[in-house]
Design a protein. Structure first.
Ligand SMILES: [Zn+2]
Length: 109
């Protein structure tokens, strides 16, 4: 809260400063533990396939609950870039959809 007030004050004085502040927050939205090693583990678990369409290229890790700080393997799933983009709309739908897939992964494996 305190920071938000500070930002507004800075913004009115210096727009550039305000912009930098925003970038800093954005950078921090991915915790340092969300690294290549963890991504690799998730991809391996998912057989290097998009868990929606089966694509094997342009793979990314999606946060099922849209919380970038939640690094539980239950919250991470391998998706290709295009399925990942689709998940930015109808979030409630996709969240349920991918949670269902994760449950299957862990009940079988
Ligand atoms: Zn896909």
């Amino acid at each position: 809260m305190r920071k938000e007030i500070d930002m507004k004050e800075n913004c009115s004085e210096d727009l550039e400063n305000c912009f930098d502040w925003g970038k800093e927050i954005f950078k921090e939205s991915y915790p340092p533990d969300f690294n290549e090693g963890l991504k690799e583990e998730i991809k391996q678990r998912d057989g290097y396939e998009c868990q929606n369409c089966g694509a094997t290229e342009r793979l990314d890790i999606h946060h099922i609950d849209y919380n970038k700080g939640n690094l539980s393997p239950w919250n991470l799933i391998t998706l290709c870039k295009s399925c990942n983009m689709k998940a930015n709309h109808n979030k409630t739908y996709w969240k349920k959809f991918y949670q269902g897939i994760i449950k299957e992964i862990y009940s079988v494996g």
